[in-house]
Design a protein around this ligand. Sequence first.
Ligand code: NAP
Length: 308
Amino acid sequence: MKKKRAVSKEVYALADLKDWHDADPPIRLGVFGDPVEHSLSPQMQNAALKHYKIDMQYARLRISPDELREAIDLIRKLEFVGVNLTIPHKIAALQLLDVADENVKRIGAVNVIEVEAGKLHGFNTDGRGFARAIREVFSVDLRDLRVMILGAGGAARAIALQCAKENSERLVISNRSVEKAQKLADQLRDFFAGPKVLGPVPRLQAVPLEEAAIRFQIANVDLVVNATPVGLNRGDPSPIAARLLAPHVMVYDTIYSVERTPFVAAAIEAGARAANGLSMLLHQGALAFEIWFQREAPIEIMRKALVL
Ligand code: NAP
């Protein structure tokens, strides 16, 4: 018999999972990360749970990389509905899944786990969340866009795969380590073999995250997405200087730690339209809710909870 604890903690740890004293309402969902204090997922998921009068809550759990296996085992035993994974677990958790969906296998990263009959099912909602965010913020579909992604890590791979699946006009992957960008482009080559004709520039290209390459590409893309962590820390520069941006591009920064990230500020300086990553956070979270509960996420309730 689990003891009830009246007050919920801001952040739980592995020790709490090992000696579980259930809260009221019981915790059956959460986010595993390290650090995790900054996560905004609890406020939006708890608002959705409350809206549907589902008697459970979503918590933050600070789990270090060497604790991940044990923590995942424990959520199976404690009858969790599922968890989200954030930095640094999205790749490591892959090998702990019983079933990985197609997106997870292609991207090589998992951000949603559903526990069903003791089995762990892994999903990745970042790409679809990104597509919904772009549609919402800029009123345009990925298939109509020439997209440049900065980065080739987990978020960039999810976004690149989504652009490929939605048949974006063009995709440029720009990364500090250009060989990683090239590897990602090679994996997506089949998607871009189609007949869209764009003149002299290739439909799919990997380039270094360097000034000359960026300057050339900006003239040949519509949307530039930051999927690097540059801008997360106070004092970080914009991943692309304002002088390289242009008024015709739309700028989307997956970072949402502040409203005006350095990239958003650079875009505004250049006269471009820009948004931070809060809308992607919202939509990837709404998709996770729909996986866990098989019902439509109350998107406006979740949005309101995020911006309060
Ligand atoms: P990741 O897998 O660690 O990948 C990081 C990428 O950024 C790599 O391509 C890396 O290049 C590049 N990078 C790192 N430091 C850099 C620097 N100083 N200069 C230039 N490039 C650098 O990380 P991730 O999981 O993809 O996360 C990336 C960002 O996406 C984070 O800021 C995260 O907050 C954001 N994100 C947002 C949402 C949302 O819902 N809004 C969802 C997921 C992720 P190398 O290959 O050269 O190392």
